[in-house]
Design a protein around this ligand. Structure first.
Ligand SMILES: *Cc1c(COP(=O)(O)O)cnc(C)c1O
Length: 468
């Protein structure tokens, strides 16, 4: 007798156990293990339960179920953090992880990661040691500071310094320096979170020595100068020199803290770039404490460095917050080997990727562009005009904010309005190694300053599905 009532197709969904018995599933078990595979099967079967209808019965095939599991497991296994090609023209791009670590520093970190290390152990005396000691002497040597201490990033360095000296008290800052960096670091907020009160002096464009003199009161605990990292104030301006601020702070026995932001250990002018006040110059001009980042112009790992007078550094080291903000052995090792590169300045421009990128000549970048050009043009020519064009890179991360470095790249202009540069940019971003360019007006620009090997670029082009 025929059953006239159409049976619910969902009753034909196999059990998890049945799928697990399949040969295809056994391969997955080998690769991903019982827990993940069972989870994936449950997921796929649940999905079937909600999607299945008479016209989708093909979804029920066991091969389809296994292949859906496989697809899902593969996506799950792919890390969302991956290497990209930085073609934005911004060398120190905060969203792309800032400085690329030097190979020597990377190798040193590998060793430290895979064995116990004497990070806080004095192997000579056989007793407890200090983690800062491994790099403090290097910073002192390279900056002329008496002492130094290290934390997770420069925001933490500023927070810790302010909290140490001015909790419950006032920090005096010029109104022209109340900066916001990258959206989440704002000087007024950091001062508040450090438990201090902000005392603003002067105006946006002009601050005078007398403004600071008048601000000092019994509640004053520190003077702070902040590098205006991502903008410049031009025109009718006045700022108080480091030297004058140091004098005021000194005569009132409060520390003068200079937040350099990027901070550099070398005179960039000697390398043909614009002058950026060095850490050494800032200390020589009278700053008691200088804070700066490890992964900006320094070209090392993310960390924050505080360098300056011994008595002040000592007090910072004994602040309980220091323990909460300390850096780890991997970062320590990368920082140490990066700083050692600075001991050999003749080779620095070769060994330190950040400096190497900054110093690349437009000619060299153009040669690279011309080697890639035929392949790129061939691929895109149906829908886009591609040309090798001169452009300007920037340092980024608030270093030398107004400097522009003559560079070379590809200017890609859509021929038909339906193929937008925005769409092409998205395709480049979706490559196995995402290529990140810059949209300007209706064009996509790929600046080649930070690309060293054309094969890295050409290899990705093979994955581009053209025409669109
Ligand atoms: C970048 C910057 C910071 C923050 O440094 P991070 O290392 O990103 O924490 C603080 N101050 C200034 C002036 C900066 O330029």
């Amino acid at each position: 007798m025929l059953n006239k009532v159409a049976s619910d197709p969902r009753q034909r969904i196999p059990s998890v156990e049945k799928v697990l018995q399949l040969d295809g599933a056994k391969e997955l078990l080998e690769l991903y293990g019982q827990t993940q595979v069972t989870f994936a099967i449950r997921r796929v079967l649940n999905q079937l339960r909600t999607e299945l209808s008479e016209d989708k019965l093909h979804l029920l095939s066991l091969e389809n179920i296994v292949s859906e599991c496989q697809k899902w497991l593969k996506v799950q296994q792919t890390s969302s953090l991956k290497g990209v090609l930085n073609l934005t023209g911004t060398v120190l791009h905060t969203n792309l992880g800032r400085a690329v670590i030097a190979p020597k520093a990377r190798d040193a970190a590998l060793k430290v990661m895979s064995s116990p290390v004497n990070i806080e152990y004095d192997t000579v005396q056989g007793e407890r040691g200090e983690r800062d000691d491994h790099v403090e002497h290097l910073i002192c040597q390279l900056t002329g500071a008496q002492a130094a201490t290290f934390v997770n990033n420069n925001a933490a360095a500023v927070l810790l310094a302010l909290n140490t000296f001015a909790i419950g008290k006032q920090v005096v800052v010029s109104r022209g320096e109340l900066v916001e960096i990258g959206g989440s670091f704002r000087i007024p907020d950091i001062i508040a979170r450090a438990g201090c009160e902000l005392f603003e002096v002067g105006t946006t464009n002009r601050t005078h020595k007398k403004d600071f003199d008048l601000a000092i009161n019994p509640s004053t605990a520190a003077l702070l100068k902040v590098h205006t990292s991502n903008y410049s104030i031009e025109g009718f301006t006045a700022e108080v020199s480091l030297h004058a601020m140091a004098q005021i702070a000194n005569s009132h026995h409060v520390p003068f803290i200079a937040d350099l932001g990027s901070g550099t250990l070398i005179n960039l002018e000697e390398f043909g770039l614009s002058h950026e006040l060095t850490v050494r110059e800032t200390i020589e001009a009278g700053a008691d404490l200088v804070t700066f980042s490890g992964d900006k112009l320094l070209g090392g790992p993310q960390c924050g460095i505080i360098a300056g007078k011994k008595e002040y550094i000592q007090r910072i080291k004994s602040n309980p917050l220091k323990r909460a903000l300390r850096f780890d052995k991997i970062i320590l090792s990368i920082l140490e080997s990066t700083l050692r590169l600075y001991q050999h300045p003749e080779k620095l421009a070769h060994e330190l990727p950040t400096l190497r990128y900054l110093l690349r000549s437009q000619d060299e970048i153009e040669q690279l562009a011309l080697r890639i050009f035929p392949t790129l043009q061939d691929l895109l020519k149906k829908d886009f005009n591609v040309s090798v064009a001169s452009c300007h890179s920037q340092v980024g991360s608030g270093s030398l904010p107004v400097d522009r470095l003559p560079s070379m790249g590809f200017q890609i202009t859509p021929i038909h309005p339906q193929f937008s540069a925005t769409k092409l940019a998205a395709m480049f971003r979706n490559l196995p190694v995402p290529m990140i360019g810059r949209l300007h007006k209706s064009d996509l620009w790929l600046d080649l300053r930070c690309l060293e090997n054309e094969n890295d670029f050409l290899e990705q082009l093979q994955h581009l599905k053209m025409p669109l």
